[in-house]
Write a protein that binds this ligand. Structure first.
Ligand SMILES: CSC[C@@H](O)[C@@H](O)C(=O)COP(=O)(O)O
Ligand SMILES: [Zn+2]
Length: 208
């Protein structure tokens, strides 16, 4: 067991309570992880209610999604977490939620959702002003998670290089959002900022 595991599990349990209080992890939806070292992560066990997690609901997998303890079953979406850690060395924590706003908006549009002019855009790296625009990718939902991750890798391959060029998140159509950051407090801040902007976008549509 990694020395980093207890703190990682505690951060994941607390994130679950926060996400549940905000209504973003209904039923057993959502999954969370924290990077432990250069080859392992702590991730939620599959099928648990994320508002009532204990450290026993967190387990260790490697960057291929292979469980350290084969008796435990990690999140159905573990490979999406692994895909983020493999691609982005700065990623230290990953959050996934199913909010009403991310579900409705991802069903309504095309291959990306543009967020522009919001003060809260500053929660994303490289955006010091509201006077900016982020194209958040929207990928198709797929129960074959390995195939979904291959699609994400192809998408990221096609994006321009450079700091801040790739948004630290994406939506899955009709499913939910993924966000990552160097640590769990920052990941929560990005998730809250993103969900705030999505809620605003949804409300603006209902005013039209
Ligand atoms: C409650 S259905 C949601 C799942 O299919 C999945 O999308 C999800 O977010 C939670 O799955 P889990 O395996 O618990 O990590
Ligand atoms: Zn999900």
């Amino acid at each position: 067991m990694s020395a980093a595991f207890p703190a990682a599990a505690a951060a994941i349990v607390a994130a679950g309570r926060r996400m549940d209080a905000l209504g973003w992890v209904p039923a057993t939806a959502g999954n969370f992880s924290v990077r432990l070292d250069d080859r392992r992560l702590a991730v939620t066990v599959s099928g648990r209610h994320k508002g009532f997690l204990t450290p026993d609901d967190v387990m260790v997998v490697d960057l291929d999604g292979v469980a350290e303890n084969p008796a435990q079953r990690s999140s159905a979406e573990t490979l999406l977490h692994c895909g983020i850690y493999r691609r982005f060395p700065e990623a230290g924590a990953v959050l996934h939620g199913h909010s009403i706003a991310n579900t409705v908006l991802s069903r309504a549009g095309g291959p990306s959702l543009t967020l522009a002019g919001y003060e809260l855009l500053k929660v994303f790296p490289g955006l010091p002003t509201h006077d900016a625009s982020v194209d958040l990718p929207v990928v198709e939902n797929d129960q074959d998670i390995a195939r979904m991750q291959r699609g994400l890798d192809a998408l990221w391959d096609a994006m321009p290089e450079g700091m801040g060029a790739i948004p630290p998140g994406y939506l899955i159509r009709g499913h939910g959002s993924y966000v990552w950051a160097p640590d769990m407090p920052m990941a929560l801040a990005r998730m809250e900022g993103l969900e705030f902007m999505l809620r605003c976008a949804l409300e603006e549509r209902s005013l039209r």
